[in-house]
Design a protein around this ligand. Structure first.
Ligand code: SIN
Length: 178
C-alpha cells in the first residue's frame, strides 16, 4: 500500500526522480529522461522487499532515501504522463510514499516527485553492517528476480552515468566477495 501520495497535476506530465531500480529498469513509458540529483538525501539499502527481491518471511534489501543534511543523491529523472503513475504506484507499493522533491539538472531545477520508504513503514529494515546486508542480499530472491541482480545493476547504472556512491559500491563489493 502506498501510505501517502503527493497530489499530481492530472493534466500535465510530472518529473519523477529515480535512484534505485527506476534507474536501470524502465517498464514504463516516459517522454524524456535526464541525469539529475536531489539535495538533503542519501541512498541506503535500508528498505525490506518482500514483493520484488525477497519473500514475506525472508525480505531482500532495496534502497530508500534517508535525510542527510548537505548530501546529494544522484540518479535519473523521467518525465511521465499522469496515467503512468498508476503503474509506478503499484510497483513501489511496498512501503514507499510519493513525496515532492526539487530535482537539479545541469540546466536548472524542476519540481518533481520521488518514491521514498520512510522509517515508519512496516517493511523498513534500517541500517546493518555492509557485510551482513550483502549476505542477506546474496541469499534473497523474489518475484522480480534476485536481490543480487538489483545491487549489481544499480551499481552498474551509477558507474555508467559517472556517479560515485560509496554506500552502493561498498555493499556491491561485499556482494561480489571483493
Ligand atoms: C527508485 O528506484 O527510485 C525507488 C526505489 C526502487 O524502486 O528501487
Amino acid at each position: 500500500m502506498l501510505l501517502n501520495m503527493i497530489h499530481l497535476n492530472p493534466t500535465q506530465p510530472t518529473w519523477v526522480f529515480g535512484y534505485g531500480s527506476l534507474i536501470w529498469k524502465q517498464d514504463f513509458t516516459y517522454l524524456e529522461s535526464r541525469p539529475g540529483r536531489i539535495t538533503g538525501w542519501a541512498r541506503r539499502f535500508w528498505q525490506g522487499s518482500h514483493d520484488h527481491r525477497g519473500l514475506e518471511h525472508d525480505p531482500g534489501r532495496v534502497v530508500t532515501l534517508v535525510a542527510a543534511d548537505g548530501e546529494h543523491c544522484e540518479g535519473r529523472a523521467f518525465l511521465v504522463k499522469p496515467e503512468v503513475f498508476e503503474h509506478l504506484d503499484h510497483r513501489e507499493k511496498n512501503g514507499y510514499e510519493r513525496i515532492a522533491v526539487e530535482i537539479a539538472f545541469d540546466s536548472g531545477g524542476v519540481d518533481g516527485v520521488v518514491y521514498r520508504a520512510s522509517e515508519n513503514n512496516e517493511a523498513f529494515l534500517g541500517p546493518a553492517p555492509s557485510e551482513e546486508m550483502a549476505a542477506q542480499i546474496n541469499r534473497c530472491e523474489g518475484p522480480s528476480g534476485s536481490n543480487r541482480e538489483y545491487v549489481i545493476e544499480l551499481a552498474r547504472a551509477l558507474r555508467e552515468m559517472g556517479y560515485e556512491d560509496r554506500h552502493v559500491f561498498e555493499v556491491e563489493g561485499w556482494v561480489l566477495g571483493e
